[in-house]
Design a protein around this ligand. Structure first.
Ligand code: SAM
Length: 213
């Protein structure tokens, strides 16, 4: 598992691209500059690792576009020590970004093949999420709730209620909502029963799958 000067140079260029596209959070940009994204991808796609695009990672899933990862993470406003729940572990790249920011990360994946692969892979790079869970993100992770933040990395046809109820007061849920296209939506819990809602443009994700799909 090599990370060469060429890879590092390509990462710097990617960071410049993300800045031009409007990413301003320095900690997020630093994380992207640090993480060897090419190692999270199948070897056939390594040449594409530092292009700002989504790519296949097996089991019909994708590693999200770097801009999308950066934007969702920026919206989450992670502070060191925050307890974060990620829905859709996938390749583990977003998990690594959260860990670089000092978050305590719980992450759920419903595809067993990806779950097993990523569980073995992350520690090899020194990334240690608090827990990787094989399960259904629609129900969140009640055992460890409430969370400072929840980030959903697949397109949700609707906002799952358990995710709202597993937020701390002051906590944020970042979730792309919609069927074919999704609106990046941020819910901030302002009290036991109230949430603020903000929208941040259109994205296209693979779907957050239900139990029978
Ligand atoms: N965060 C990932 C990364 O950095 O590679 C992005 C992965 S991909 C865009 C979305 C992931 O969500 C896929 O791995 C998919 O299997 C997973 N997923 C889909 N439906 C899910 C569900 N109901 N619960 C948990 N994960 C789910």
């Amino acid at each position: 598992m090599k990370d060469t000067f060429t890879h590092k140079g390509m990462r710097k260029k990617l960071v410049e691209t993300l800045k031009k596209k409007g990413i301003v959070d320095v900690a997020v940009l630093d994380a992207i500059n640090t993480i060897p994204r090419h190692l999270f991808m199948d070897s056939g796609f390594v040449d594409h690792a530092y292009i700002d695009k989504a790519f296949p990672i097996g089991a019909d899933q994708t590693i999200s576009q770097p801009y999308t990862v950066a934007r969702q993470t920026e919206l989450l406003e992670v502070k060191r020590g925050d307890k974060i729940l990620e829905i859709g572990t996938g390749s583990g790249y977003q998990t690594a970004v959260l860990l670089e920011l000092g978050a305590v990360v719980f992450s759920i994946e419903r595809q067993n093949e990806l779950f097993k692969k990523t569980k073995l892979f992350l520690p090899k790079l020194g990334y240690r999420p608090k827990k990787l869970i094989f399960g259904d993100g629609y129900i969140g992770y009640k055992t460890e709730a409430p969370f400072d933040g929840i980030i959903v990395t697949a397109g949700a046809p609707f906002v799952p209620k358990p995710l709202m109820s597993q937020l701390k007061i002051g906590g944020k849920l970042i979730i792309p909502v919609g069927d074919v296209l999704q609106i990046m939506t941020v819910f901030t819990r302002t009290s036991e029963t109230e949430f603020d809602k903000e929208e941040f443009g259109e994205y296209r994700f693979v779907p957050l799958l239900g139990n029978k799909e």
